[in-house]
Design a protein around this ligand. Sequence first.
Ligand SMILES: [Zn+2]
Ligand SMILES: [Zn+2]
Length: 111
Amino acid sequence: MMIPAPVEIRRVGTRALRVRWDDGHESDYSNRYLRDHCPCAACHERSRSLPIVGASARDIYPAQIGVVGRYAVGIGWSDGHDSGIYSYKTLRELCPCGHCTAPTARNTQVT
Ligand SMILES: [Zn+2]
Ligand SMILES: [Zn+2]
């Protein structure tokens, strides 16, 4: 299966990022949601025991966004955390839209 690649990433207001994919799909991720799903080892460890809570976590936003290699997006957060590398595949799987989260979406290859 071809993994879609982002063709555009931009901020939506101060709370979210929008990714436009090369298959035409658009994904809106809130900053908090993305950070909560940071795939780096440190965040994985932390999320098992101690989720980020409180006002400071809500205010975290992506300060830097860049392509890493050819298959991933790196996000540098406003609190200095910059080891989160989201592969295109991971990022797409995180898409919170109704289509991607529909129970059947994972199993069917629809248009
Ligand atoms: Zn992380
Ligand atoms: Zn989606």
